[in-house]
Design a protein around this ligand. Structure first.
Ligand code: ATP
Length: 213
């Protein structure tokens, strides 16, 4: 059986924005993923989301519906209690044991990897692709910086076997964050350039993010 290249892209998506969709589209141009699973977090361990799980899931569905290789994976949304990446990684590795799984994240998320639940185990079971994010350079003296020094590879083919490797990919930088979208919405400012129209309509109809977060 030919194994597939599957990316896993988790996030709070509170709300999903053009940065998320554009970086994933860009990544699909650079790397021949057969599929990227977009996984909205259930109860994020590091923070509380502003919108409900259901609203975040609906917005993610709207944002990614036009991209063929994307599937939205609801497992964390429906998981009881806190949702940890290591549990999701273990499940996916087991379900897709014949395939090649790569965990995808931005450099801001990777900078904080040593705060993740059982992060050392997590790093040892999976290969990671880090997308450089504007304003989130990884401090070379931090734990994340040390991990890169020890584990970085410059070749995508190295991620097709084993685990514990890190590939940094330079994508076209897009300076958009959910924080910025929320604060614009709370201030009554436009978000036209920041989120897709369908997501914007969903937010308007539910009067979401009208209070400062
Ligand atoms: P917030 O502003 O609330 O922290 P966010 O914009 O970082 O939110 P998340 O849902 O937390 O959005 O991000 C999910 C994933 O997407 C993370 O791995 C994050 O690093 C990555 N990401 C989000 N926006 C960008 C961007 N503009 N460039 C590169 N990576 C991004």
């Amino acid at each position: 059986m030919i194994s597939k290249l599957i990316g896993v892209f988790g996030g709070t998506f509170d709300p999903v924005h053009n940065g998320h969709t554009k970086i994933i589209q860009n990544l699909l141009e650079l790397i021949p993923f057969d599929e990227i699973k977009v996984i909205p977090n259930g109860q994020p361990p590091h923070r509380t989301s502003v919108c409900s799980n259901n609203d975040r899931l609906e917005m993610v569905n709207l944002a990614f519906k036009g991209i063929n290789q994307i599937s939205v994976d609801e497992r964390e949304i429906h998981r009881e209690g806190p949702s940890y990446a290591i549990h999701t990684a273990r499940e996916i590795l087991e379900e897709y044991h014949q395939d090649n799984i790569i965990w995808i994240m931005g450099s801001d998320a990777f900078s904080e990897i040593d705060t993740w639940f059982e992060w050392e185990d997590f790093l040892n079971i999976i290969n990671i692709l880090v997308m450089a994010r504007p304003g989130s350079e990884i401090d070379s003296t931090s734990m994340a910086g040390t991990l890169i020094l020890e584990r970085q590879t410059s070749n995508i083919d190295d991620l097709s076997y084993g685990a514990g490797k890190i590939l940094i990919v330079d994508i076209d930088p897009i300076n958009i964050s959910s924080t910025q979208v929320r604060s614009n919405l709370a201030a009554g400012e436009t978000v036209n350039e920041l989120i897709l129209e369908d997501v914007s309509d969903y937010i308007d109809s539910g009067k979401l993010y009208t209070k400062p977060s």
